[in-house]
Write a protein that binds this ligand. Structure first.
Ligand code: NDP
Ligand code: GDR
Length: 362
């Protein structure tokens, strides 16, 4: 019998990498996707298997973390060995605009899933992974951050995720469930959503290089993050569920760069050297070669409360899970630029033929 995994948030960045990883390991993978008015399965279309054929290992179920009866039904039907709870309203800035929805899906959604496991009588069978986050550390109490660093959430998103973190710990202690929190630091990839800062930058730099866009507007250039590659991080999720005992782990690279560093590295990768002038809201990134202003700060992207610095210490994951990241910062930038250059080249062709290209709003 193949092991069965159920993934919430299967249509997201991590859902796509994890599905591919588990299918390669020989799992039968079930994913929960939301009904949307347009297709939302771009990231997993290459994994799709026609349900009319035999030996199908990848199954999609309609569902939503705000609907407990639906979660109970799917869990009862699938009876998974492992559940990975990746679904969330995952954008920190958007959580200031939709705080109640963020709490409903990210905090209560986790509770609904844990209760569904209990109600279906699967507490002893199912291993549960909760997508916790370095955002829990928020206003920094200690550098680098470990599993023991105190939390200080700085957004409705982080406040919702702190509930999810503790309810996962509580179900582990109260019901003896195999439940783990992966405290993952930022991880990126060519599949990263277009409004997260790294993807916004690699996409814009590629389009600027090809003349499809004039300028990139960003918020806080001083924020520092520990950026890794999503493909490496999903392996850590799986490893956590293969251990003898359920524990919580920090997953990070142990290296930190500023948003400004990411911008400079990205433009360099497309062949443009940037020079920085001005300070705060007046700061600009200028093309060294011709003086053209390519990057500007727009305060609309500032957050009411910001997380200035995140740097993880992945020692526990390295020693206990034998996990370490394979992709470093320069390779990550290169990989994302390569993919976005390809996209920009397609858009250039389309626009040369007189058609309009897709637009994104952030
Ligand atoms: P994405 O935003 O790319 O994906 C989120 C997924 O959740 C999508 O499939 C989305 O569906 C789904 N979703 C959102 N709301 C609901 C809901 N109410 N019910 C069911 N599904 C829902 O996030 P990532 O893949 O980057 O992150 C995965 C998880 O890890 C998230 O929980 C995130 O908060 C957490 N995390 C991410 C980190 C990162 O750096 N990427 C770091 C630490 C934690 P749809 O496609 O329809 O929108
Ligand atoms: P983050 O990621 O908030 O860390 O959450 P994001 O890429 O959105 O921001 C990183 C930092 O960049 C600054 N920034 C900007 N951010 C965005 N999105 N757009 C901009 O124009 C911009 N300019 C500067 C931000 O202020 C911030 O400091 C991500 C998500 O994946 C969460 O779900 C996850 O939990 C954490 O990473 C770990």
């Amino acid at each position: 019998m193949k092991p069965k995994a159920l993934i919430t948030g299967v249509t997201g960045q991590d859902g796509a990498y994890l599905s591919e990883f588990l299918l390669k390991k020989g799992y039968e993978v079930h994913g929960i996707k939301r009904r949307a008015s347009s297709f939302n399965t771009d990231r997993i279309d290459h994994l799709y298997q026609d349900p009319h054929e035999s030996n199908v290992n990848f199954h999609l179920h309609y569902g939503d973390l705000t609907d407990s009866t639906n979660l109970i039904r799917i869990i009862q039907e699938v009876k998974p060995d492992e559940i990975y709870n990746l679904a969330a309203q995952s954008h920190v800035q958007v959580s200031f605009e939709t705080p109640e929805y963020t709490a409903n899906s990210d905090a209560l959604g986790t509770l609904r899933l844990l209760e569904a496991i209990r109600i279906t009588g699967l507490t002893e069978k199912v291993k549960f992974y909760q997508a916790s986050t370095s955002e829990l550390y928020g206003k920094v109490q200690e550098i680098p951050q470990t599993e023991k660093t105190p939390f200080y959430p700085r957004s409705p998103y982080a406040a919702a995720k702190i509930y999810a973190y503790w309810i996962t710990v509580n179900y582990r202690e109260a019901y003896n469930m195999f439940a783990c929190n992966g405290i993952l630091f930022n991880h990126e990839s060519p599949l990263r959503g277009e409004t997260f800062v790294t993807r916004k930058i690699t996409r814009a730099a590629s389009r600027i290089k090809l003349g499809l866009q004039n300028k990139l507007y960003l918020g806080n250039l001083n924020a520092k993050r520990d950026w890794g590659f999503a493909g490496d991080y999903v392996e850590a999720m799986w490893l956590m569920l293969q251990q003898q005992t359920p524990e919580d782990y920090v997953i990070a690279t142990g290296e930190m760069y500023s948003v400004r560093d990411f911008v400079s590295a990205t433009f360099k990768e497309v062949g443009i050297e940037l020079e920085w002038t001005g300070v705060d809201t007046g700061e600009k990134g200028i093309n060294k070669e011709n003086g053209q202003i390519l990057v500007e700060v727009d305060p609309r992207y500032f957050r009411p409360t910001e997380v200035e610095l995140l740097l993880g210490d992945p020692t526990k994951a390295r020693t206990k899970l034998g996990w370490k990241p394979k992709v470093g910062f320069p390779e990550l930038v290169r990989m994302m630029v390569e993919a976005d250059m390809e996209e920009a080249e397609k858009d250039l062709l389309i626009s040369k033929e007189g058609y309009k290209t897709k637009r994104y709003f952030e």
